[in-house]
Structure formats: structure tokens, C-alpha cells
Unconditional design. Structure first.
Length: 55
């Protein structure tokens, strides 16, 4: 994780608002997007994307 001086990412991560500000995620929001169970990927390699689409 990248450190940003003066910002606490919180225990469940953060998200960017449309205006560019960062905000902390609540536990239920982190769970809903897959951050807590390992299913969220910020970046997918082309090969992985193709495999996921083929499923």
C-alpha cells in the first residue's frame, strides 16, 4: 500500500471520490466489493481477464 502523508487508509481500505478525494471504506462496503474475501483485483493481466471471461 502506498503511504499518503496525513491520510489514514483505515482498516478496510479506501476509495476515491469523483472529485479525487480519498475516503475510508466501511467494513460492509469493503465486504460488498470483495476486499475482505480476496476476490477483488485492482489490476488484471490480459491472460487472467480472458480466463475469467471464458468461465
Amino acid at each position: 500500500m502506498t503511504d499518503i502523508p496525513g491520510f489514514d487508509f483505515g482498516p478496510y481500505g479506501s476509495a476515491e471520490k469523483p472529485n479525487g478525494e480519498l475516503r475510508q471504506l466501511a467494513e460492509d462496503e469493503a465486504r460488498d466489493v470483495g476486499l475482505l474475501d480476496g476476490t477483488y483485483d485492482q489490476v488484471r493481466l490480459p491472460e487472467v481477464l480472458e480466463q475469467n471471461l471464458a468461465r
